[in-house]
Write a new protein. Structure first.
Length: 98
């Protein structure tokens, strides 16, 4: 497996000054995807923005893991609804144009 799109969690934690156990618990909760390669746990680089956002929620707003799960769930629902609204607007424009 190519590791050019992966970053070791321990390296991430060192650079961001975050507890390894916190990132590990995020993986166990299903908030981020991790992968184990030769006894080292990695995170996919495209997930870094999501992980940074979660860390800000945790550190800046003092939200615990359960709260982060709720916020993440609500944000996904809002995104889904925004996509549905966009689809409905496009349909409406189509029918208004005819």
């Amino acid at each position: 497996m190519e590791t050019d799109q992966l970053i070791a969690i321990d390296l991430f934690c060192t650079n961001y000054n975050v507890e390894y156990s916190f990132v590990q618990s995020l993986g166990e909760a299903g908030l981020i995807d991790t992968i184990m390669i030769q006894e080292t746990r990695y995170i996919h680089i495209p997930q870094l923005q999501k992980l940074e956002s979660i860390i800000r929620l945790h550190e800046d707003l003092d939200i615990n893991l359960e709260g982060i799960e709720v916020v993440h769930h609500l944000l996904k629902r809002v995104e889904t609804m925004q996509n549905e609204i966009l689809i409905l607007k496009n349909r409406l424009r189509f029918f208004e144009g005819n």
